[in-house]
Design a protein around this ligand. Structure first.
Ligand SMILES: N[C@@H](CCC(=O)N[C@@H](CS)C(=O)NCC(=O)O)C(=O)O
Length: 105
């Protein structure tokens, strides 16, 4: 597994940082702040054209071996839960449609 989460914890990045930690996932943390221009560099805008943290990059997530890039904190957290968690009724991964709706709510 090779995950990178961009964004300081004192921001909406806390959501994917929490989700990855709760799931016990190994990840690289790039503590990009939302002040100081770090979210407006060409390199950052290449992964999130909106210029916001958080951004999650899953480096080995597609069948073709490419990357999946996710932004919006809840989308990041749910992506981690659905693609890297176990829907066992115990973890944060929704195990059925009702739990999925609850997570979305
Ligand atoms: N709805 C977005 C909000 C993201 C957001 O507003 N992030 C702020 C930090 S909490 C940010 O990157 N601001 C930088 C800017 O607006 O330039 C989410 O939940 O991910």
């Amino acid at each position: 597994m090779s995950l990178t989460i961009h964004g300081i914890p004192a921001s909406r990045a806390s959501r994917p940082l929490w989700a990855a930690t709760e799931l016990g996932l190994a990840f690289r943390h790039v503590a990009t702040p939302y002040t100081g221009g770090g979210t407006r560099t060409p390199a950052f805008l290449a992964i999130n054209p909106n210029g916001h943290i958080p951004v999650l990059v899953d480096h080995r997530s597609t069948e073709e071996g490419g990357e999946t890039v996710v932004w919006e904190s809840m989308a990041c957290a749910l992506y981690l839960a659905r693609h890297h968690g176990q829907p066992d009724g115990l973890s944060i991964t929704p195990a059925n449609a009702s739990e999925d709706a609850e997570a979305l709510r």
